[in-house]
Design a protein around this ligand. Structure first.
Ligand code: ADP
Ligand code: MG
Length: 460
């Protein structure tokens, strides 16, 4: 049996983690026979002996399982269940009183989907309102989400949040779900892709009843990335009926998409119009001040206090996407911790250069830097590259080093080699020198800004 061989050692480690949080009896009943399979980046497949077992774990132990995985693997898992009847042989009989607690109608409806691998998405514990930085680009969405939390099903139904990727749609949706869950609402959150796949599975296995029951008997249905419905006629049709059922019962519907409903290609008109019944609002890219606050918050969540200069530098360089901004913060923290280094200009530059591969090859190169500086100072490029130490050459050479560091992808070694065969400490010294000069001399600062501007036009 596949389940008896090649069991991932992480599977037993997670099961141990779960065992630490529940009674031995509960563990014997529900977890002893299980095996877990890890599918990167964040999927954890759990083989269960039957649907009843699955539903029970989903209802009662989802958080325990998710926390155990998170502790081990550092990711918030998507739990995907698959029924493997062979596991039943190892199953300890469930305690009758636990089975009695199970609502009979739900058990029946859920069990109708035997064999279907149903998907449940777990909320990311970090995606809360507390962790969401509010600024001019998102305050309207934030306020609307808060308003929905106060009176679900009444204020804005549906709430439709759209905006480019990485601007916080999922974060806001989940923050709202967290809050509603805490207020004892029955919340189902999932991506539209999962909804679609679940629907297809349900058709194939003839378990539409159970599928429908699952999504129509909730207080709150949050579906992320509904642009995924584009051109999927049958799923649209099904979703239309789900929507109507919930809407008519004043159940809250929360949706997100990377574009306005009217711009989702081939979305049925009746869905477009329904999506607009409530409130359609857009998330925009945050301005600099908000980005700085986000950078600091994300760093703090990882136990690091970033200084103003560093936070400003990161926020200046990543403008359009908060996910990338967060990636930059992570990279900075990673490099600093890894090398036991200070968060200084060098480290920041290195961290960000790694994250912007699109710049390499298309941005300015060392030759551009050399040419532009030589032109500006009316000296020959070969002089800059020589070993000459006169003041008229040393300053432009230092400027070259600085500009190369800021505007190209080259390492300190490569920069040193290009500007006269200097080693990286000399380059480092040159860069610092320009930084200090620019900090106290407005003229130098203007020259630097000018040249950076000129270089931006190169190589693109
Ligand atoms: P989307 O769903 O719009 O693609 P996400 O919600 O996944 O974007 O956000 C991407 C990342 O950026 C997440 O880690 C989220 O926590 C973070 N993020 C986005 N906006 C904010 C904000 N205003 N404050 C804090 N974190 C944010
Ligand atoms: Mg998202």
């Amino acid at each position: 049996m596949a389940t008896m061989v090649d069991v991932d050692p992480r599977s037993s480690a997670v099961l141990d983690g779960i065992a630490a949080h529940i009674t031995p009896q509960q563990f014997e009943t529900w977890f002893r026979p299980l095996t877990l399979q890890f599918v990167p980046p964040d999927e954890v497949r759990i083989a269960v002996p039957n649907r009843f077992h699955q539903v029970w774990i989903e209802r009662r132990y989802q958080t325990v399982v998710a926390n155990a995985v998170r502790q081990l693997a550092g990711v918030t898992p998507r739990l995907v269940f698959a029924v493997n009847e062979a596991l039943g042989a190892h199953l300890a009989p469930g305690r009758p009183e636990e089975r009695d607690e199970f609502p009979a109608a739900e058990a029946e409806a859920d069990a109708g989907g035997a064999g279907v691998a149903a998907v449940s998405q777990i909320l990311n514990p970090d995606y809360t309102f507390e962790n969401f930085v509010v600024g001019p680009s998102n305050s309207f969405c934030h306020a609307a989400a808060k308003a929905v939390a106060e009176q679900p099903g009444e204020t804005y139904n549906p709430l439709f949040i759209h905006g480019n990727s990485g601007l916080g749609k999922t974060h806001l949706l989940q923050a709202l779900c967290h809050l509603l869950q805490a207020r004892r609402q029955k919340v189902v959150y999932l991506s539209c892709e999962d909804f679609t796949n679940h629907f297809i599975n349900a058709i194939e296995s003839g378990s539409l009843e159970s599928f429908r029951y699952r999504y129509r008997h909730v207080d709150v249905l949050a579906i992320d990335d509904v642009h995924f419905l584009a051109e999927k006629d049958r799923t649209q049709e099904e979703f239309f009926h789900t929507f109507n059922t919930l809407y008519n019962q004043q159940k809250q519907i929360i949706l997100s998409s990377d574009r306005h409903p009217k711009n989702i290609s081939d979305l049925e008109e009746r869905l477009v119009s329904r999506f607009k019944w409530g409130l359609v609002i857009r998330l925009d890219a945050p301005p600099l001040e908000t980005r700085i606050a986000i950078v600091k918050k994300k760093a703090r969540m990882r136990g690091v206090e970033l200084g103003d200069t560093a936070a400003h530098y990161i926020a200046e360089h990543v403008k359009e996407n908060v996910r990338e901004l967060e990636g930059a913060v992570n990279r900075v923290i990673y490099l600093a911790r890894l090398g036991g280094r200070e968060v200084d200009t060098d480290l920041l530059h290195e961290a960000l250069a790694d994250l912007m591969p699109e710049r390499s090859g298309t941005g300015p190169g060392l030759a551009d830097v050399l040419r532009i500086v030589a032109d500006r100072f009316g000296i020959r490029a070969t002089e800059i590259q020589s070993r000459k130490q006169t003041k008229s050459v040393v300053y432009p050479r230092h400027l070259c080093m600085y500009l190369a560091r800021v505007c190209t992808q080259n390492s300190l070694e490569e920069i040193g080699a290009h500007f006269g065969g200097r080693d990286h400490t000399t380059v480092h010294y040159g860069i610092r020198k320009v930084e200090k000069l620019a900090a106290r001399d407005e003229d130098v600062k203007r020259v630097v800004e000018d040249l950076v501007g000129a270089l931006k036009g190169c190589g693109r």
